[in-house]
Each structure stands twice: as C-alpha cells, then as structure tokens.
Design a protein around this ligand. Structure first.
Ligand code: AMP
Length: 116
C-alpha cells in the first residue's frame, strides 16, 4: 500500500519530501501530530532498512524525520517533544510491511507500551 502511495496511485496528505523519503499524515491519527515517514527504497522493516540501505538513504530519511518534527512544532526547538516509533513484525504489531516511522506528538503520549 505504501509502494502505491509512492507511485502516486493512492492519494496522501504529504507533509514533507526529499530525494530519499516521503512524510504524510496517518489516516487514523492517534495524536494531534501523527505523521508516517517512509523511505523511497523498498525495505520491509526497521532492521531491513538499517542493515541494507546505503548511507545517503539513511541520512536522507533521518533528516526528513527531523524536518517533520520541526515543521509540526513538536521538536525541542520551540515544541514539547514527540515520540518516534517503528513497529516490526508480529510482536511489534506491524500492519504494513513497508518500513515506516511514526512521528507522534501534540499531546502527552502516556506509557511507552500498553500491557497485554
Ligand atoms: P503499523 O502498525 O506500524 O504497520 O502502522 C501502519 C499505519 O499505517 C497505521 O497507523 C495506519 O493507520 C496507517 N495507514 C494505513 N493505510 C494508510 C494510508 N493509505 N494513508 C495513511 N496512513 C495509512
């Protein structure tokens, strides 16, 4: 599904973009800011990306995450902070098998994980 977003086949609410990554709003936001950042390359998970992506793609992806936090007013430059989450595999309850980082903020987010 995120590959189709990258190809422009499915509309998305784009927040920011660079050569290596795209950031768009989650369709089911769990916080006032809930943005997904995805690399333009094909990686299934955080560990696939971290292991196999070339350094310029990793840098481009990470820089876009920082740009999003700043743009959304949740970075520590003037904002109240945020959480960056990458779910991986069944125990991580990853739903979409295309690596993405959730950037959540705009409210106090509570405990790191729910029990059970
Ligand atoms: P995860 O459980 O980490 O794989 O999260 C997948 C996320 O993708 C969920 O928060 C969904 O709400 C979100 N999502 C699924 N389809 C779309 C879409 N077409 N546009 C934006 N967000 C989406």
């Amino acid at each position: 599904i995120f590959a189709r977003i990258l190809r422009g086949e499915i509309p998305n609410d784009t927040v920011a973009e660079n050569d290596h990554a795209l950031a768009f709003r989650d369709i089911t936001p769990r916080a006032p800011t809930h943005v997904l950042v995805i690399p333009k390359g094909k990686y299934v998970s955080f560990d696939d990306f971290a292991t196999n992506a070339p350094p310029d793609e990793i840098t481009g992806f990470m820089r876009l995450c920082a740009d999003v936090a700043r743009q959304e007013g949740v970075s520590l430059e003037g904002g109240n902070g945020f959480r960056a989450i990458a779910n991986a595999g069944p125990d991580g309850m990853q739903e979409v098998p295309h690596f993405h980082l959730h950037i959540l903020g705009g409210r106090r987010l509570g405990a790191l994980v729910a029990d059970g």
